[in-house]
Design a protein around this ligand. Structure first.
Ligand code: ZN
Length: 564
C-alpha cells in the first residue's frame, strides 16, 4: 500500500480549459519545437505537451462521465454540449502539434527516442482531420448525444415494474419462457415506437460521416473510419479475411451450441427470446449485491497477484466506480480515465445478472491496463488502439475464471461454461455488426428500409438459425439499432471480435499454465499502446487473428470443454 493518501474521485476538479490560454501555450510550444536542433531539445516540449493534453482530457472525460451519470440533468447536459462545441478546436490544436512533430527535421532522432508507434498514430489522426470538417464533427457529437438521451429515456412497463433498456435484460433471461417472450416484446415495441427517430438519427450520422470523408479526400467513410480507429498494421482486406474465418470456423460451432441450448431448455426450436437463457435452471446469478461483489472482487484480485489487488483497492476506496442502474443514467459499461490524477473510472449498469460480473471484470481489465501504462510518454501510449485495449478487458474476464466460485457458489462451473459459450456466440454477432457497417458506408444513400434488409442479410450469414417469430421489428431487420456502437463509434465493433480471439487464447493458455499466462497479461497491460495491435499480440505470445487458422486451437478446446 502506498503511503500517500489515495486520490478520491470527488476531489478531481472540473477545471474548464481556457482555449485562448491554450492557444498561446501551443504557439509557444510550436516555437520551441521549431527552433530545436536535437531530440534532446524536443523532449521537454513533448513533456509539456503531454501535461497539457492530460489536463484537457481529464476535463473532457469528466464532462462526458457526468453527463452519462445523469443524462436528464440540464446543467450536465449543457456542459457536455458546450464541450462538444469546443472539441473541434481542441482537435485542431492537437493536429497542429502533430503536424509539426511529423514534419520535424529531427524526426528520425525523435522517433528513436519516443518510438515509431507515436508517429504512426499521429499520421493517422492528421489524415482524419481538417478544419473544414469542424462543423460536421459538432453535428456528429450532437447526433450521438441524441441517441444516448433517447435510449436513456426509455421507460418500459413490464410485470408492474418500470424498467430501462438495461434493467429489462434480467427478464430476457428469465427461466419462464412466457416471461422472456413478453420482455422481448416490450423491448422491441419500444424500438418500433422510436423507429422513425432511430432511423433519422442514423441517416443523419451516415450523411455527415460521408460528407467528412469526401471533404478529407477519402473514397468513402470506411477508409476514414479505419484512420479514426488508428488501425496501423492491418487493413480492410485483413478484416475481410478474418470475417471469412469466422464464417468457416465459428458459425458452424455456434449453430451446434444453439442446438445444445435448445435441448437444455427443452424447446423444439430456439426462438429469439430463448437465446439469452443458457440453462433451464436459469443463468447463474451472482450471490450478492453490489457491495458484496466489490468485496469478492477485492479478495479475487488480491489472490491474483501482479499488483491487481492494490490497484483495485485504490479504485474502490477512491470512489472510482459507478455500478448501479439509475433512472436517467446512460446505458452500457465503459472505462474512462483522469490522466492528471493517474486514475481510471469504471461505469456500469448492474442488473443482478451474470452480466454484472462480466462487466466488472471486463472494465477492470481496461482500468488496470490504463493504470499500468499511464506513466508512459507520450500520452498516446496511455490507451492502446481499441482492438488491443479489448484484449486487456476480455482477457481478464477469462483469467478470473478460477475465482468465479466465490461469486456464483455451486454455480461456478456453470458460469464458466455459460461465459465461454457466450464468448463464442459473440464472435459471429460481432462480425455481423462489422460487416453491416462496411455495407452501410459503401452505400450512404440507402434508405432506412434497405439498411434494415442489409441487417437481415447479415443475420442469414452469421446467425443462420436466428428466428424472431412474432417479433415484427427485429424480424424485419431492426435489431442493429440496439447496438450503440453503430451509432457512436463506427467500425469499433470488430475490435471486440479480434480481441476475443486473443482473449480466448489467454483462456486456453491459462488452463495449461496459469502463471505464465498471467505474467504475459500483466506485461501486455504495462506496454499500453506503445506498439500496434499485431506486435502487441505476438509480443504477448499469442497468435494474430489475421493468421490463417488463428481460431482452430481454441475452437477445438472449447468443443472439448463444452462437449459439442
Ligand atoms: Zn471494453
Amino acid at each position: 500500500m502506498s503511503a500517500t493518501p489515495a486520490t478520491r474521485f470527488e476531489d478531481i476538479p472540473l477545471t474548464e480549459p481556457d482555449f485562448s490560454a491554450i492557444g498561446s501555450h501551443v504557439k509557444a510550444l510550436l516555437a520551441v519545437l521549431g527552433s530545436a536542433t536535437s531530440a534532446d531539445q524536443c523532449l521537454p516540449a513533448l513533456d509539456d505537451w503531454n501535461s497539457l493534453q492530460c489536463r484537457v482530457e481529464t476535463f473532457e472525460n469528466l464532462i462526458h462521465l457526468r453527463f452519462e451519470q445523469d443524462t436528464a440533468n440540464p446543467a450536465r447536459k449543457a456542459a457536455r454540449e458546450a464541450w462538444d462545441e469546443q472539441r473541434p478546436r481542441w482537435i485542431e490544436l492537437k493536429v497542429e502539434v502533430k503536424r509539426a512533430l511529423l514534419a520535424h527535421p529531427m524526426r528520425a532522432e525523435f522517433e528513436a527516442a519516443v518510438g515509431q508507434q507515436a508517429f504512426a498514430l499521429w499520421e493517422s489522426s492528421v489524415l482524419a482531420f481538417d478544419a473544414a470538417i469542424k462543423e460536421s464533427l459538432v453535428l456528429e457529437s450532437k447526433l450521438v448525444a441524441e441517441y444516448t438521451e433517447l435510449c436513456a429515456s426509455a421507460e418500459l412497463d413490464y410485470l408492474g415494474e418500470e424498467l430501462s433498456l438495461s434493467t429489462i435484460q434480467k427478464y430476457r433471461q428469465d427461466a419462464d419462457r412466457e416471461t422472456r417472450h413478453g420482455a422481448e416484446r416490450v423491448l422491441w415495441n419500444w424500438f418500433q415506437d422510436k423507429g422513425a427517430s432511430l432511423d433519422r438519427i442514423f441517416d443523419d450520422l451516415v450523411r455527415v460521416r460521408a460528407d467528412m470523408a469526401s471533404t478529407l479526400g477519402f473514397d468513402d467513410f470506411t477508409d476514414l473510419g479505419y484512420k479514426r480507429m488508428s488501425r496501423i498494421d492491418y487493413g480492410r482486406t485483413d478484416v475481410e479475411r478474418f470475417r471469412a474465418e469466422i464464417v468457416s470456423d465459428v458459425v458452424p460451432l455456434c449453430e451446434e451450441l444453439r442446438k445444445g441450448q435448445a435441448e437444455r431448455l427443452g424447446v423444439e426450436s430456439l426462438m429469439a427470446w430463448d437465446e439469452a437463457l443458457q440453462d433451464s435452471g436459469g443463468n447463474p446469478k451472482p450471490k450478492g449485491d453490489e457491495a458484496w461483489m466489490l468485496e469478492r472482487s477485492q479478495e479475487m484480485f488480491d489472490a491474483m497477484g501482479g499488483d491487481l489487488g492494490e490497484f483495485f483497492r485504490k479504485m474502490n476506496s477512491g470512489g472510482f466506480f459507478d455500478l448501479d442502474s439509475r433512472k436517467g443514467k446512460a446505458g452500457g459499461g465503459f472505462c474512462t480515465s483522469f490522466p492528471t490524477h493517474g486514475m481510471p473510472f469504471v461505469f456500469a449498469n448492474f442488473n443482478g445478472t451474470l452480466g454484472d460480473v462480466r462487466v466488472l471484470t471486463h472494465e477492470v481489465g481496461h482500468a488496470f491496463q490504463n493504470y499500468s501504462s499511464n506513466a508512459l510518454s507520450p500520452v498516446d501510449y496511455h490507451w492502446p488502439t481499441a482492438e488491443s485495449a479489448e484484449v486487456h478487458s476480455m482477457g481478464l474476464e477469462f483469467l478470473t475464471y478460477p475465482h468465479m466460485d466465490s461469486f456464483f457458489g455451486e454455480d461456478g462451473d456453470r458460469f464458466r461454461k455459460v461465459h465461454l459459450t457466450l464468448a463464442l456466440l459473440f464472435l459471429p454477432y460481432g462480425t455481423a455488426v462489422d460487416h453491416f457497417q462496411h455495407l452501410i458506408y459503401e452505400r450512404p444513400d440507402a434508405t432506412p428500409a434497405e439498411r434494415h434488409e442489409l441487417w437481415r442479410e447479415m443475420e442469414r450469414i452469421y446467425m443462420p438459425g436466428k428466428d424472431w417469430g412474432d417479433l415484427d421489428y427485429p424480424g424485419k431487420g431492426g435489431r442493429w439499432q440496439q447496438q450503440m456502437h453503430i451509432y457512436f463509434e463506427p467500425f469499433y465493433y470488430i475490435d471486440y471480435v479480434l480481441a476475443q480471439t486473443c482473449a480466448l487464447q489467454f483462456w486456453a493458455w491459462a488452463e495449461k499454465d496459469r502463471e505464465a499466462a498471467m505474467k504475459s497479461y500483466v506485461e501486455l497491460c504495462r506496454r499500453g499502446g506503445s506498439a500496434p495491435f499485431q506486435e502487441l499480440v505476438r509480443g504477448a505470445g499469442l497468435v494474430s487473428p489475421f493468421q490463417a487458422g488463428c481460431l482452430s486451437d481454441v475452437v477445438e478446446r472449447a468443443r472439448a470443454v463444452l462437449s459439442v
